[in-house]
Design a protein around this ligand. Structure first.
Ligand code: SAM
Ligand code: DTB
Ligand code: SF4
Length: 336
């Protein structure tokens, strides 16, 4: 078993990131195998339960009210409709149902419906994950009491690059919410986006921030920017195509996350649709062991269940079943 460390230095992480590619992949695959089954991938389904009109100004996001992306703002979806969508996801073989709302933070008047949704989805035997923006300690406790398994709240990038992408809230605000989620006893899902025009040093700083949290997030989503027309970053990258991240650098980011956070589920998240099967296969070799399935993310298109099933079959890999990810969390606790 690899030692679980929370005292990584930025230099150490930069050194791992820059290893010869073959050495990096070998090391990441070795760590992966010591803690997880390397032939299994967790399937998660996303649903946007409240879309668009968000007061935050995240430069990548189609749902920000300050973007001109054409995404229409909706109200919070009704409980029954969410449950129906969760049932479809379960039938399609999903293990975790992740629900996102385009809020800066939930209002207290929204909480009863959110609690009902968590209880209903959980009762179907799915793991529940929500991403609703910033939480107060009391809201985190309410979600924990409802039985929420995971809360997603991404740090998105390095502390330095974060400020260039979002101005309406700080990295400190994000870390505070992650602290409230942890204190409430909910599993933490936190990652970020690569390909936003950041440097290698920023990608190192991004992994360093996650890998030095007092406890590593149980899930680490690594998104590749989906460039959306009408968003600051979508338009910037359309003008400077050279800023687009190359596949090898993306795989390096996944491998470095795997090596520094051995127990975590590393999720190959947004951006898979424009990734070749070979790149996705390299990501699995580098330690990614979770994906979003279904033909839609929150607002952007995704690969789709059939394509994913075909990819896993071609690679001779299989969907994770039962409580295996929770087992990983239990092992993490036991290792403390
Ligand atoms: N409003 C909540 C929040 O920001 O925490 C939840 C929803 S938000 C859409 C969830 C995450 O999706 C963001 O933190 C970001 O990392 C990712 N994301 C959003 N737009 C993206 C894009 N165009 N490409 C890649 N990832 C994106
Ligand atoms: C995460 O890290 N990626 C997911 C999930 N957490 C909520 C969201 C991806 C959003 C991609 C862009 C869109 O669909 O609008
Ligand atoms: Fe709002 Fe979340 Fe999009 Fe930022 S990422 S604009 S907080 S929905």
């Amino acid at each position: 078993m690899t030692e679980i460390r929370n005292d990584w230095t930025r230099d150490e992480i930069a050194e791992i990131f820059a290893l010869p590619f073959t050495d990096l992949l070998f090391r990441a695959a070795t760590v992966h195998r010591a803690h997880h089954r390397a032939d299994e991938v967790q399937l998660c389904t996303l649903l946007s339960i409240k879309t668009g009109g968000c007061p935050e100004d995240c430069g990548y996001c189609s749902q920000s009210a300050s973007a001109d992306s054409g995404v229409k703002a909706t109200k919070l979806m009704g409980v029954q409709e969410v449950l129906q969508r969760a049932a479809q996801a379960k039938d399609a073989g999903s293990q975790r149902f992740c629900m996102g709302a385009a809020w800066r933070n939930p209002k207290d008047r929204d909480m009863p419906a959110i609690v009902e949704i968590v209880k209903g989805v959980r009762a179907m035997g799915l793991e529940t994950c929500m991403t609703l923006g910033m939480l107060t300690p009391a809201q985190a406790d309410m979600l924990a009491e409802a039985g929420l398994d995971y809360y997603n709240h991404n740090i998105d990038s390095s502390p330095e690059y974060y400020e260039r992408v979002i101005s309406t809230r700080s990295m400190g605000d994000r870390l505070d919410t992650l602290g409230h989620v942890r204190a409430a006893g909910i599993n933490v899902c936190s990652g970020g986006i690569v390909g936003m025009g950041e440097t290698r040093e920023d990608r190192v700083g991004f992994i360093h921030t996650l890998a030095t949290l007092p406890r590593h997030p149980e899930s680490v989503p690594v998104n590749a920017l989906v460039p959306v027309k009408g968003t600051v970053l979508g338009d910037m990258l359309a003008d400077t195509p050279l800023a687009k991240i190359d596949d090898i650098e993306f795989v390096r980011t996944v491998a470095t996350a795997r090596i520094t956070m051995p127990m975590s589920m590393v999720r190959l998240s947004a951006g898979r649709e424009s990734m070749s099967e070979a790149t996705q296969a390299l990501c699995f070799l580098a330690g990614a062991n979770s994906i979003f399935t279904g033909d839609k993310l929150l607002t952007a298109p995704n690969a789709g269940d059939d394509e994913d099933a075909a990819l896993l079959a071609r690679l001779g890999m299989r969907a994770m079943e039962g409580d295996e990810p929770m087992l990983a969390c239990a092992r993490a606790e036991a290792a403390e």
